[in-house]
Design a protein around this ligand. Structure first.
Ligand code: BES
Ligand code: MN
Ligand code: ZN
Length: 541
């Protein structure tokens, strides 16, 4: 009888290969999301081609005098009495308000209309109100087929972008692992099949491009979420590396993977120390996007993105208490954001060269685990005295950053990591601190975050604090004990490994996960940072 089991690659793998039935099925990583189309057509013409029983009409209602009649005007084109609908249903304009207008079956071209309140539009260009309205609509439209949204005249590409991202992210629901393997959500919870945006012919082309790009950024975000949701008995470092190989194949990237022997030969002491306690050994993955063609020029700007990829963080010998450990399957969201970003570069036509490095290890407990007081030699040769095995993120990142600046010589390096609980204490879930050695780089990342509704807030790298990382026995100590300023000290530690290369660091320990299923977020990993990185890269030449 033919075996369904994959052949294990080594004896360690034989005992610890994740359930091949689940791991072999990539469909889970193919996020289920609505198709999005922009049509330069009047509503009646658009609806003429659709099955009336399957159509939901969506209308946006901003706050302001008389706006209900204006917002519902497209229903007038379909033969409804707008004044009467407004008088009967009194649609609300407040943020998050949804007014459902059902239509009797018969000769009506639609089954129902949904009027979504936009609230007071912010004039800051962030598309924030539209993003939130989109999320509301995406949520209430779950289980529907065609959702036809009449795009209000003068909607900017930026607002449409927010609307589409909100719709796709809000509509998404988490997959599950059932007996038959990874399972998409049940019909009624599934995102609407299609979002059809009916726009004025004048701006339709620009709007279509904005919608296309938004859908790509969302797909990347959802890919990161799917990686984060995967349980850690499936998602070990080798599994992540295998997912990267498959992403590389499908998205026009080159890929290189270091296994534990390669890491030892080349001196990646940090990755080996952190990964040493695990039955599933560490990996370093390099993904590379090279922009093709003459537009890129002979020597394009080179960006390196480095992601923390702890596939599970027990804390190591400095073991975490139960409540602190439970969520630690998402301690690889930095590396998930990096992989997802690389996977979207071709579709977004990113014009710069981008290399992604995923520093992958499981921080586990065993006789082979690294210890507090160990001295680790990093890729750079720098020695580090370990103070707490639970501060493992900076240990794996130091190797990857040192390799990046020494071997790849990029123009800029950005790392992203679920690095410190202190970042969550300082900022809670809604924003991430950003640290940078270059003001222009920091401001560009903050601007990209504003455009995407992913807020970054600058924190300093105070020179005076650096001395707290001096070690009595090594070049550096990993943590600064009772010094305080945990997020800043972690950033100062990382800075020791980037030399003179312009560098920024995003600590996503707070917004990397959501406790609530609301707005654009589902409970669990958020993919925070993926859209920041993509927006930023899209703007680079
Ligand atoms: N992965 C954690 C940080 C974290 C905490 C992320 C909560 C998301 C939610 C990190 O490896 C860690 O354990 N950091 C320690 C560092 C300390 C030992 C210096 C922390 O923040 O407590
Ligand atoms: Mn830790
Ligand atoms: Zn960690």
């Amino acid at each position: 009888m033919p075996s369904r089991r994959a052949r294990p690659a080594s004896s360690t793998a034989a005992r610890h290969t994740p359930d091949p039935a689940a791991a072999g099925r990539l469909d889970l990583l193919e996020p289920v999301m609505s198709a999005v189309e922009v049509a330069a057509a009047r509503l009646p013409d658009l609806l003429a081609d659709l099955d009336p029983t399957s159509v939901t009409i969506a209308l946006l209602l901003p706050e302001g005098e008389g706006s209900a009649v204006a917002s519902l005007a497209p229903l007038g084109e379909l033969g409804f009495d707008v004044e009467e609908l407004v008088a009967t249903h009194e649609p609300k304009a407040g943020e998050g308000a949804v007014t459902r207008i059902p239509f009797a079956p018969g000769d009506r071209p639609v089954r129902r209309a949904l009027v979504v309140g936009v609230g007071a539009s912010t004039a800051d260009g962030s598309g924030h109100a539209h993003r939130r309205a989109g999320a509301t609509l995406g949520r209430v439209a779950r289980g529907s087929r065609d959702v036809v949204l009449a795009v209000p005249p003068r909607t900017t590409p930026h607002e449409l972008s927010g609307l589409v991202e909100g719709f796709l992210l809000g509509g998404w629901t988490v997959p599950t692992w059932r007996a038959q393997g990874p399972t998409p959500p049940a019909e009624a919870q599934r995102p609407a099949t299609r979002l059809l945006l009916a726009a004025d012919a004048s701006g339709a082309e620009q709007l279509a491009e904005a919608a296309r790009r938004s859908a790509i950024r969302v797909r990347a975000t959802l890919l990161a979420r799917c990686l984060g949701l995967t349980p850690s008995n499936i998602k070990n470092p080798a599994w992540m590396a295998a997912r990267c190989r498959s992403l590389a194949r499908r998205h026009g990237l080159t890929v290189k993977v270091w296994n534990e022997r390669d890491l030892a030969r080349e001196g990646f002491g940090g990755l080996l120390a952190v990964g040493g306690g695990s039955a599933t050994p560490p990996r370093l993955v390099q993904l590379e996007w090279n922009p093709p063609g003459p537009e890129a020029g002979p020597d394009p700007v080179h960006v390196v993105l480095v992601g923390k990829g702890i596939t599970f963080d027990t804390g190591g010998l400095d073991i975490k208490p139960a409540e602190g450990m439970l969520a630690m399957k998402t301690d690889m969201m930095g590396s998930a954001a990096v992989a997802a970003t690389l996977a979207a570069c071709r579709d977004l036509g990113v014009a710069v060269r981008v290399t992604g490095l995923l520093a992958l290890a499981e921080n586990a407990v065993s006789g082979a685990a690294y210890r507090p007081s160990d001295v680790v030699t990093h890729y750079s040769g720098t020695t580090v005295e370990i103070g707490n095995t639970d501060a493992e993120g900076r240990v794996v990142l130091a190797d990857a950053l040192a390799y990046a600046v020494e071997q790849l010589r990029p123009d800029v390096v950005v790392d992203i990591a679920t690095l410190t609980g202190a970042a969550r204490v300082a900022f809670a879930r809604a924003m991430a601190p950003v640290f940078a050695t270059d003001d222009g780089l920091r401001d560009a990342l903050i601007a990209a975050g504003t455009a995407e509704g992913e807020t970054l807030w600058p924190l300093p790298l105070p020179t005076a604090y650096r001395a707290a990382l001096d070690s009595p026995v090594a070049d550096l100590q990993q943590i600064s004990g009772a010094h305080g300023a945990g997020s800043i000290m972690a950033a100062l530690f990382l800075r020791e490994f980037v030399g003179q290369t312009p560098w920024a660091h995003l600590d996503v320990a707070g917004p990397g996960r959501s406790d609530v299923d609301a707005g654009l977020l589902a409970k669990g990993p958020t993919g925070f940072g993926t859209r920041v990185l993509l927006r930023w890269l899209e703007g680079l030449r």
